[in-house]
Design a protein around this ligand. Sequence first.
Ligand SMILES: [Ca+2]
Ligand SMILES: [Ca+2]
Ligand SMILES: [Ca+2]
Length: 280
Amino acid sequence: MKKLLTLSLALISGLGLNSAANAITVDGGLSDWGLTNQWTPSGNVNGQGAGTYQYNGLNIYYTVEDYISGNGGRVDPGYGGQAYDAEALYVTWDSTNLYIALVTGHDPNTKQAGGDYAAGDFALNFWNGTSPDSNYEVGIRTPHQFSGGNPANIGLFTTGVYQTTNGDWLKDPFWHTQAVTSLKGGLTPMSEKATMSIQQGPEKMGAGSGQHWIYEVSVAKSVFGALLKNNDELNVSWTMNCANDVITVEDDVPVDEPPVWALLGLTLPAMFWRRRRSVR
Ligand SMILES: [Ca+2]
Ligand SMILES: [Ca+2]
Ligand SMILES: [Ca+2]
């Protein structure tokens, strides 16, 4: 009897922790995604691939497209090698937030000048059915603050979230893809902001090494409103303003579930009662 009670309490507190704790901290580090210097907790998926893994109670979707070397620096559809490599994109939800993590070889402080192209913004496409539509409903702005010589895109920021139509986006200027790059200027952000941390990442990530930068983002789930009710899928995309390398990750839109406490309230007493009876 006492053992059972202890077990039940352990189960309750364990589940409670998983559902309530902020499993992701927006700090530009990926240990909370289960990543050190490999692309998934279990390995490097060959530097290429898409899928899902579980970590710390989170269901994480990923896409990895790591350019290593050769091929004239082609990062698909454009060129530029490591400096224009969008390497991996991760997305997950907890009970309150959407989280995004990006690994790229593109320096967040790259200025748009002399043939160099600045970082784009995060583009969110909600959709239904078997293949994505090409309408981007939400954008999250990267900081793009280039005051003096300061590395102003490195740090912790609160940044604008925008409800968008495709007309609010700049498009791939060179490669004839449907990709969107940056939000246009002069748009009005929603009242709720996103939190974004941009930091230099590990020298070695996956099979490749060199400079890596991490973008880590959180946005309150409540921002998306009816988009969550009306859609099953979410594609998150990111690229630079030249769209030399576009990366996209596909995720399920979370369905509203009854809280864990309500589920436990219904099932635990029943389990407990049955076990007691069978012991006698
Ligand atoms: Ca983190
Ligand atoms: Ca790539
Ligand atoms: Ca859409």
